[in-house]
Design a protein around this ligand. Sequence first.
Ligand code: UD1
Ligand code: CA
Length: 553
Amino acid sequence: MSTAVVVLAAGAGTRMRSATPKVLHAIGGRSLLEHSVRAARGADPDELVLVVGHGRDEVAAALARFDARARVAVQEHQRGTGDALAVGLAALPAIPRTVVVSYGDTPLLTERTLVDLVTGHQGGGAAVTVLTAEVDDPTGYGRIVRDDAGSVVAIVEQRDASAAQLAVREVNSGVYAFDGALLAELLAGVGTANAAGERYLTDTVTVAVARGSRVATSTLTDTWQVRGVNDRVQLAELGAELNRRTLQRWMRAGVTVVDPATTWVDADVSLGEDVTLHPQTQLHGHTVVGAGATVGPDTTLTDVTVGAGASVVRTHGSGAVLGPGASVGPFAYLRPGTHLGAHAKIGTFVETKNAHIGDHSKVPHLSYVGDATIGTGTNVGASSVFVNYDGVAKHQTTIGDHCRTGSDTKFIAPVTVGDGAYTGAGTVVRRNVPAGALAVSGGPQRNLDGWVVRSRAGTAAAAAAQRAAAVESAAAAAAAAPAAEVSTDAVAGVFPADWVAVPLEPPAPTDPLPEAPTEQAPAAPTDPAPAAPTASGGTAQTGAGPGPTATED
Ligand code: UD1
Ligand code: CA
């Protein structure tokens, strides 16, 4: 066996003050554990062992979700990093030529660094090669102690260090490459004579020097790579640095990030060329954005696929697939199972879930589309609701190609609307609509003249109605006798006798509110006034006949 990596992750992580094991806290959409193990796996070892202890079941289960090949070794008691490595070694089926050690809480360490460490170590013939870094503030790290000739003689922990040693800025990263044949012997030489009473892995250096073996170092200039997470302040710092690096990588690959300070892109997100990310955009999980698409401002997408050239503005989405050239938002809520076709549209204040919306189809305004399949070239009018839930089960609505459904249509699922069909404004669709039909529900409109003055006397509405009636009567009188002068006295007298104001009383429950029945038989073809759809843009057209006039944007 050539190489094995042992990743140490048994520590308690007390300073996180968390019910979640430290290595399962996440930055960039991946746990610290996943960052560490993926880097280790990237070095292509023959074996990878994760040493677990605190939260072992949770940590091992998390590992299995992204690396099924890794071995797990349990360190029952956390007696130090040297003890942890001994536990990890015992899980290996054979002694490898090189054993690499890394930590589960050091998420910015790259696979490149590990590969270079192994290559340098195997070419150098040392018993151990220590990955070190020169840092501005070495507090908390083990210090690299060298002799006058510059050779490493020891690694001294913060709490065991002298004043002179504390001043050393070259620190131990905790990552090493060991000669596999020597490692057991080196570990056997490590005691517990230190301030913590633990078996320090760092003491293998002193043991190696004592037996006359060479200790080499490989020094990183990118000090972020050695930084571990001990508390949530460091979690945020490393999260921000990871994001900065991720954004730089994408900008160099041809993505415009208008405001890197407010843009967050997870490690597993994929972006195409000429994508533009506007401020306050967060792309999480396995979100994919196709070439030339625009996302944001103020948009959060998790596991969403955005097609090439699509536009997503002020939107919250997860588990959705948006076709090329599609348009979403502003103020859209895309829930899992949303599939929007090519050049299709989900507009403003629209919520979608388990909704397949075909190419060139549009749901432009104020609608809920749940458990639905909509064909191609169809327009769903403003304020439509796909009534998918009967309180017990969810039901499906299917709408065909090139339909025009009127504003405020309610689709009571399960229901089907055939190709090319229309629905009138305010239609409650309870029965299937055949292809090419116009569905209307509710009867012809009835106007109960004077109802407000009679039943809501004393209100501002009643007063306004009275003024309007007076003006109308005066105008009618003037038209009848153009030459006559109309006195204001005359106006008072023309108010219709049946509009007699009565004092305002709260409507009794039995108040016979004169409203049309909500359900009626479908209007006859000769119905002089079928409920024609009103324009979803708000401009009801006059003189256009009884046909639907819904706008399509
Ligand atoms: C360790 C090093 C220190 C180095 C620093 C870099 C030792 C003695 N010290 O210090 O020189 O500068 O890392 O970050 O090695 N762990 C176990 N089992 C144990 C103890 C620890 O699995 O019994 C794991 C922890 O989960 C963690 C890693 O080993 O992932 C490091 O342990 P930690 O206690 O954080 O070591 P440091 O004090 O940071
Ligand atoms: Ca640490």
